[in-house]
Design a protein around this ligand. Structure first.
Ligand code: SER
Length: 696
């Protein structure tokens, strides 16, 4: 059974049992600081369990996009993934254990035709009821039910939780990793479905209290059930991965032992899906949060690509990824050019990093002369020069050298736990360093003289940063806009007498501070150094045009649909923007065309931009639009374009709407229940789009 059909059978089965089918929410959770990304079907539904919101029905079913960062290092075995799809049925104060077990067993054995003899269940040792129900409702013999202490599930440090019961499928003795294989251990018994009996809530202060709306949360991994139903030896051989793996395999030129080759192909296929799905939602490779995950999976994929001798670049796999997931997630097709560009750019940066890392490797190899590269040196190559340990090892092997891997790994682990300690105490690694404040002058100036107030290298304050390093720089005065309000951070250059650094990104760093993420190209940065800071003008112009265009679009939407439409967020990049808003149905092509016409009329009217600083109350009184749940300071910045639009905003804008040139709305789609997204291209990006359309 193909995966499309499995989704349909699952969702229709539960619809038949009175469940309302809800669309997948985006991977980026809204309003949930406890989660970086949605990692289970229940995550977007938490408010219903917690009694914070009324579910549209007491029974829901969904196929939810999920991303689990904790599993990154496991990818390469039979059945672990970063991005995967979770099929689930949910009850909020409706049915309980007996129905959950009965529904699951019937679906598996009747609708999907699995042999009941091969099904095993696990239950929490305290859950005698579930153990009994498996026998009474599903007729499972006692010896195929085991008690597992780890049968307890919670979505994060706080929130709904409860004991659970897993369903495992016996793949057969040929899958056994040893004689001790049993459900929950080894590879022979594959966990395909988890039924969670939600009845408690874990609070911030560590207490566990009864859940407002106790119920059922189940999750079945689509990739795993596909593996079972398609009778293939791993998830990677199902129709959800095979075409992507084949694309890579056909372009792999290195001769490798079969096992290694298989592992790299799996990593490539998984990470290609994971990175593409995240970038589709506007998460670009970066150094923090979800952006860091994208960078991490892309870098891991690029290492595998190097090792299998991949021809034609990582980004060339996008067509195969779209062929597999594009029907179910059309946004992946819409975002294609952006995804391709982001992957290509990351590949290019990786190549540059590697080239530099190799130079430093040569020096290290000479020093090691015939023996072993010490762990501390291998760690430095990785940490300061970005050369992955695997590649240091490979380069060393080619020269007949060894690497003290254990020592290098120990140093990496040490660094990770330092970073964890930082993060848990301060939210971001930088917050705890209490960086000095930096004066932002970038609304008026794109270039100015400044000096270095602080440097952060690998999470620690440093006095200097030599050529080749990536370093966070705090400047006394800065023209660089730090990412905020959906607008990406500025890039550009720092120049001083004998050196130069590329500014890769600018991020807020708490309490009035902001950091420029830099790569030192020549010379050395040091605290106290005087320099010239220059914003990349083209990029800033692109961001400003897109940002101003989203304001005009927001106003036009209010004119068209009335004030019930609420903005839910936006992403403003130099070459595209997205605008999310709450609305129950699709706008449809006609209304989209009307919007586009009004937007362009406002652009052509060449409206003057005004900026005012107002007390929040006054801004609201004047009807300035604001994100409903965004917190604003007592005094706010209000941007208006003539009488047409007025909005609270800290971003950068064009001086007159005419500078935008023109805008095109390339699409409108759902990105979650009641949430729509409009894609917008402005200025040069709009022109480039027409060019591409004409060629088609
Ligand atoms: N939340 C549970 C899990 O992710 C079941 O959906 O396993």
């Amino acid at each position: 059974m193909l995966s499309d059909q499995i989704r349909t059978v699952f969702l229709s089965y539960f619809e038949g049992l009175g469940h309302l089918r809800v669309e997948s929410a985006p991977l980026l959770p809204r309003d949930d600081p406890s989660q970086l990304l949605v990692g289970a079907g229940m995550v977007p539904l938490k408010p219903f369990f917690l009694g914070q919101a009324q579910p549209p029905r007491s029974r829901l079913t969904s196929c939810q996009k999920c991303f689990r960062a904790v599993d990154i290092d496991e990818v390469g075995d039979l059945s672990h993934h970063t991005f995967f799809e979770m099929l689930g049925n949910f009850s909020f104060g409706d049915y309980t254990r007996a129905e959950a077990i009965q529904f699951a067993f019937q679906l598996l054995t009747r609708e999907l035709g699995l042999d009941p003899e091969r099904l095993h269940a696990t239950v929490h040792p305290s859950d005698e009821l579930a153990e009994r129900l498996w026998q009474e409702v599903a007729g499972l013999p006692r010896e195929r039910i085991s008690r597992l202490e780890e049968n307890f599930w919670q979505a994060g440090p706080t929130g709904p939780c409860g004991v659970d019961s897993e369903i495992h499928y016996d793949l057969g003795p040929e899958f056994a990793s040893g004689p001790a294989d049993r459900p929950g251990q080894g590879q022979r018994y594959l966990e395909i479905w988890n039924l969670v009996f939600m009845d408690s809530e874990r609070l911030e202060d560590g207490r566990t209290v009864p859940l407002a709306r106790p119920g059922i949360d189940t999750g079945m991994g689509l990739e795993r059930i596909a593996m079972v139903l398609q009778g293939v030896p791993s998830d990677f051989d199902t129709d959800l991965f095979a075409p992507i793996q084949e694309d890579f395999a056909a372009r792999a030129r290195a001769r490798l032992p079969e096992e290694q080759r298989r592992r790299h192909l799996r990593i490539l296929a998984d990470h290609a899906r994971g990175a593409s799905m995240l970038i589709t939602e506007g998460v670009l490779p970066g150094n923090e949060g979800a952006g860091y995950l994208v960078r991490r999976v892309l870098r891991r994929a690029l290492i595998s690509a190097l090792q299998i001798g991949l021809e034609g670049g990582l980004g060339a796999c996008l067509g195969a990824v779209q062929a597999v997931l594009g029907r179910q997630y059309p946004e992946l097709v819409g975002a294609g050019p952006a995804v391709r560009a982001a992957i290509d750019e990351e590949e290019e940066r990786f190549r540059e990093t590697l080239a530099r890392g190799r130079e430093h490797f040569e020096a290290a190899a000479e020093a090691a002369a015939g023996g072993e590269i010490p762990g501390a040196l291998a760690f430095r190559l990785h940490d300061t020069y970005g050369l992955p340990l695997e590649l240091t090892e490979e380069l060393a092997r080619a020269r007949g050298l060894g690497v003290d891997r254990a020592a290098a790994l120990a140093l990496m682990e040490e660094q990770r736990s330092r970073a964890r300690a930082h993060r848990s105490s301060a939210g971001t690694g930088l917050g705890q360093l209490q960086l000095p404040a930096s004066q932002f002058l970038g609304y008026e100036r794109l270039e100015l003289d400044s000096e270095v107030l602080a440097l952060v290298l690998a999470g620690e304050l440093a006095e200097r940063a030599p050529a080749g390093t990536e370093v966070d720089v705090v400047l006394a005065r800065t023209p660089f806009y730090a990412e905020g309000g959906g607008q990406q951070g500025d890039r550009g250059r720092l120049r001083w007498d004998e050196g130069e650094a590329e500014v890769l990104d600018t991020q807020p760093a708490g309490a009035g501070s902001r950091v420029q993420r830099c790569r030192v190209l020549r010379g050395e940065l040091s605290v106290g150094l005087g320099l010239v800071a220059q914003v990349d003008r083209e990029r800033r112009r692109g961001c400003a045009a897109h940002h101003s265009a989203t304001h005009l679009l927001n106003a036009a939407l209010h004119h068209l649909l009335g004030d019930q439409v609420v903005q839910r967020g936006s992403l403003v990049a130099p070459d595209h923007a997205t605008f999310d808003f709450g609305w129950p149905q699709a706008l449809g092509p006609e209304r989209l065309a009307l919007l586009e016409r009004e937007l362009n009329r406002a652009i052509r009217s060449d409206l003057e931009r005004g900026v005012q600083l107002l007390p929040l109350e006054e801004a609201r009184r004047q009807g300035a639009l604001a994100l409903p749940d965004e917190l604003y300071a007592a005094e706010v910045r209000v941007i208006n374009f003539g009488e047409f639009s007025k909005e609270l905003c800290g971003g950068t804008h064009v001086a007159r709407s005419g500078e935008i040139g023109a805008a095109v709305l390339t699409g409108e789609r759902s990105v979650g229940a009641g949430l729509r997204r409009i894609e917008l291209l402005a200025g040069a990006a709009a022109e480039a789009w027409w060019g591409r359309e004409r060629e088609r």
